[in-house]
Design a protein around this ligand. Structure first.
Ligand SMILES: *Cc1c(COP(=O)(O)O)cnc(C)c1O
Length: 376
């Protein structure tokens, strides 16, 4: 069986896990949490990066930080994971879905302005497959209409738009270190800040509404309840596991990119013959090979192809039933304008196995099997 995803194992995990355990500080904000945060801060040129228990919780923190209130509207694509919407719905916001671009599967930046109303508070671009949204345009509209931008960069760790790392362009960025993402700590994530504005309050919200973080830094001599908050900090054991990967972050990135390029080169002839469509990477974007997908002709052909790959012991999966068509999406959201591409393109999309260390013989088998499907 060729699995769709295998979480990375780089060899130093046991050593760091043991160190974490023997440090006798396995709760949040221990030595490995600090190492991971510092590494990301320096690498991504962010003002602050705080590890969280998931990207879902980073998004929830973002909604609290930008003070989303009942009745506010938040603009996002419908083609995304439920957490993108839930974080804002939990605060009572209405989600306003905008159609995607068929080439990148990202929110169509040119349709955003039409969705803006008096109630709009924020735009949430989702960098699908680690390929950046058109951020200059999005930031321009946000500035013009005085809106916040929260980047859902769950899939975008290490990817860039122009010279900036994803997650550091909007007001707040959110990363995922879930098992299925490029870098993993089992369950985990991070919230990223490009300037000082939200950092103090973020530290409070993440620590149950207390100023314990200031206490640990020695800035105050006892801590107390100062604001609303929750528990959004992960165990240091999880951070130790992530630290192993961050130390070889470039190696993991290059390995994934080489798999991505292999698929892309070898599937070109199927695109040339008009059978499939391959991903498009705009010239401003440096992606991180989070995902390799192809698009079949339609839903029916995709279903057959998944079945055929499965018969050949290859696990390939589709992605995201658009949120506006889900029961909760109907309750909590509305689709602005026409659904020209969201449903149609999501029905065609098929994700191929992609993980660190995917072997050459497996890649070759996958490509060969897809080609033989289209020959018959
Ligand atoms: C994975 C993912 C999330 C959720 O990440 P968790 O860390 O599992 O909470 C949110 N948004 C997108 C776009 C994702 O791909």
């Amino acid at each position: 069986m060729i699995e769709f995803n295998v979480p990375p194992i780089v060899g130093t995990e046991e050593k760091f896990l043991k160190e974490s355990i023997l440090s006798h500080q396995i709760c949040g904000d221990g030595i490995f949490t600090k190492k991971c945060s510092e590494w990301m801060k320096e690498r991504f040129l962010a003002k602050e990066v705080l590890l969280t228990t998931s990207c879902t919780s980073a998004l929830e923190m973002a909604a609290l930080l930008i003070d989303i209130k009942p009745g506010d509207e938040v603009i996002m694509p419908s083609f995304t994971f439920v957490s993108t919407a839930n974080a804002f719905v939990l605060r009572g916001a209405k989600v306003v879905f905008v159609d995607i671009r068929p080439d990148t599967m990202n929110i169509d930046e040119n349709l955003i302005e039409d969705a803006i109303t008096q109630k709009t508070k924020a735009i949430v671009p989702v960098h699908y497959a680690g390929v950046s949204c058109e951020m200059d345009t999005i930031m321009k509209f946000a500035k013009k209409h005085n809106l916040k931008v929260v980047e859902d960069a769950a899939q975008g760790v290490m990817a860039k738009y122009k010279d900036k790392y994803l997650g550091t362009i909007g007001d707040i960025g959110c990363y995922s270190f879930h098992e299925t993402k490029n870098y993993s700590m089992g369950e985990g994530g991070a919230i990223v800040f490009k300037n000082d504005e939200y950092i103090d309050n973020a530290e409070i919200i993440r620590e149950k509404g207390t100023n314990r973080s200031k206490f640990y830094k020695g800035q105050i001599d006892k801590y107390t309840w100062v604001n609303y908050g929750s528990s959004y900090l992960p165990s240091d054991i999880n951070a130790a596991y992530l630290w192993a990967q961050l130390q070889v972050a470039d190696k993991i990135n290059e390995d994934r990119l080489s798999t991505w390029n292999f698929y892309n080169e070898n599937l070109k002839e199927l695109e040339d013959q008009g059978f499939i469509k391959r991903p498009f990477i705009p010239s401003e974007c440096k992606h991180n090979a989070h995902m390799y997908y192809i698009k079949a002709k339609d839903l029916e052909e995709r279903t057959q192809l998944i079945k055929y790959l499965k018969q050949n012991d290859i696990e390939a999966v589709f992605h995201y039933v658009p949120l506006h068509s889900a029961p909760a999406g109907k309750t909590f959201g509305r689709f602005n304008g026409e659904d020209k591409y969201t449903t149609k393109e999501s029905n065609r999309l098929l994700r191929l196995p992609m993980y660190y260390g995917l072997t050459q013989d497996k890649k070759e088998k996958i490509v060969k099997t897809i080609k033989s499907f289209y020959k018959n």
